[in-house]
Design a protein around this ligand. Sequence first.
Ligand SMILES: C[S@@+](CC[C@H](N)C(=O)[O-])C[C@H]1O[C@@H](n2cnc3c(N)ncnc32)[C@H](O)[C@@H]1O
Length: 311
Amino acid sequence: MEYRHIPVLPAEVTQHLSPHDGAIIVDCTLGGAGHAKRIAELIAPTGILVGIDQDDAALAAARDILPLGRQTILIKGNFADLDRLLVDAGVPYVDGFLFDLGVSSPQLDVGGRGFTYQEDVPLDMRMDTSSSQPTAADIINTYSETQLTHIIREYGEERWASRIAAFIVAARAHHPITTTGELVEIVKAAIPAGARREGGHPARRSFQALRIEVNHELEALERGLDAAIRWLVPEGRIVVISYHSLEDRVVKRVFAEHAQGCVCPPDVPVCTCGHVPVLRIITRRPVVPTEQEIAQNPRSRSAKLRSAEKI
Ligand SMILES: C[S@@+](CC[C@H](N)C(=O)[O-])C[C@H]1O[C@@H](n2cnc3c(N)ncnc32)[C@H](O)[C@@H]1O
């Protein structure tokens, strides 16, 4: 099956990553290799592209698109384990990292993955379907009402979280909730009719929350960014595209922590913390797609690009 994903902010990624011949660039979210293909061309003939994805379908698509050989290393794995993945692959250092977060269009569109409320399929949502981690159905049927409220409120930023959790617990008392369609109906019933008309599809926020919980997305992002910053050479770049405010907040905070100098209290005469900045933030404000890009690729609408340079 054809893997169709239109890369978001392609010119801006190239501009911020500034890949040059001979560079070692790691694309931590290979997807359909849209960005990676362009990067591979710009670092050829001597550069090395390392592509990581936890989704087998993405890696299979990338193999068809990228020039294969000694200059391309493709790795199945989670960027939360970046240190181990790069050590195992024998990567000596890195000139640039790209994180283009979230799910790809095929993960949403190709039936059966359970990421979208637009179809009625089993509630799975694992990006790595070969893993033994709990699925969305496991979470929906086993978490306590308090835990469900917490994840739907925190990761979905859903104001009706406690009602939705109560409705889920009441529904699963009759029989396990196993499909996206059942969950959509429960969420719809839990949100009062007046509120249902605002803010897009009523199940959008609950689905986002579950996806983040199933894939531990925010913890993975924080671990991946911390590791990436350690691996970068001086003047190496890290570029991150996020698609919702929770991800963007993590990126902003991790960049700010690494860009900060002395954190001693102002009344201390001599620095004792020894804190030195290791990053220079390039994007004070996030870069967003143009109206033209959004018109051509509506899924780019919520994208925010932030970049930083190792000092
Ligand atoms: C938005 S897509 C990337 C699209 C890609 N930049 C392109 O141009 O085709 C995000 C990809 O990142 C992968 N992904 C998300 N979180 C991941 C993680 N923690 N570790 C590895 N891959 C991850 C997903 O499986 C998906 O294929």
